[in-house]
Design a protein around this ligand. Structure first.
Ligand code: ZN
Length: 277
């Protein structure tokens, strides 16, 4: 009887131990689960924070892009166009511009294109400058009275295209497009030529030997340009070479960025006021 009681007590003790152990085990498991859940939750939170942060960064980037787009839209572009070359100053002018990280637009007289200039012309185009035709002869009589404008431009286009290895269709009409008759305008369009006149004549020929006067003159003229891009006309001379550092500085000081003018530019400027020319 006593023995039975002892056995029963022992069994109860063992059961109690198991029970307590089980409870402890259960509690431990609960704790682990909770810890895991907490960990998961913190991971979720972290992920959420990360994605929020990423969204914020994205938003900032977009805002910045928006601002830079705005800057682009409001960016004032000026075009420096240099006529009547190539001359012995061509390479030096290119080098002077390169030092200032400026690309310009050169309008060549076909009859001036000696073989010795061809490699420099090709290099200038490869460096990002733009080139165009300024007729073979620069002779107003031939071009406008003897109807040689289109034939001369076609001849020079072929000459320049062969030098640079791509079609050149940009034209600056000597003395301006004003002198073209309607037939010539239509033919220029049919040939897919683009005519670019100017809206700032630097009058550099009047300031011979005084490049600083040309710089001051252009600088004053720029004050009148708020909406339309200034297209500045200078000639390929020693004076222009000497004027370049001060001229570029003055143009930039007025808030303009200098760009080369390519024939696919959406901005058209011609004295005929023809949007398709
Ligand atoms: Zn000219």
């Amino acid at each position: 009887m006593k023995r039975n009681l002892i056995i029963t007590l022992l069994i109860l003790l063992v059961l109690t131990c198991f029970g307590a152990g089980g409870l402890l085990f259960f509690q431990q498991q609960q704790k682990e689960k909770e810890a895991e859940r907490a960990k998961e939750q913190s991971l979720v939170m972290k992920k959420k924070q990360e994605s929020e942060k990423a969204a914020e960064v994205e938003k900032e980037a977009q805002a910045e892009a928006g601002i830079s787009k705005k800057v682009d839209k409001n960016q004032k572009t000026a075009y420096l166009t240099i006529d009547d070359g190539p001359t012995k100053y061509f390479k030096q002018i290119i080098e002077a511009l390169k030092k200032l990280n400026v690309k310009a637009t050169f309008f060549f007289v076909g009859n001036n294109i000696k073989d010795e200039y061809k490699a420099d012309i090709k290099q200038a185009v490869q460096d990002g400058n733009s080139i165009g035709m300024h007729s073979m002869s620069h002779d107003a009589n031939k071009l406008y009275k003897q109807s040689q404008f289109i034939p001369e431009m076609e001849q020079e286009s072929k000459l320049l295209s062969d030098i640079v290895g791509k079609k050149v269709g940009l034209i600056r009409a000597p003395y301006g497009s004003t002198y073209l008759n309607n037939d010539q305008v239509q033919k220029a369009k049919a040939d897919k030529f683009r005519l670019l006149d100017w809206n700032i004549d630097s009058n550099d020929w009047k300031h011979k030997g005084k490049p600083q006067d040309t710089v001051s003159f252009v600088s004053q003229e720029l004050d009148g340009f708020h909406k339309i891009s200034p297209v500045i006309l200078v000639h390929e001379t020693k004076d222009t070479l000497d004027a370049i550092p001060a001229l570029v500085k003055a143009i930039r000081a007025k808030g303009f960025v200098l760009e080369p003018y390519f024939e696919d530019n959406d901005f058209h400027l011609n004295f005929k006021k023809d949007p398709d020319l």
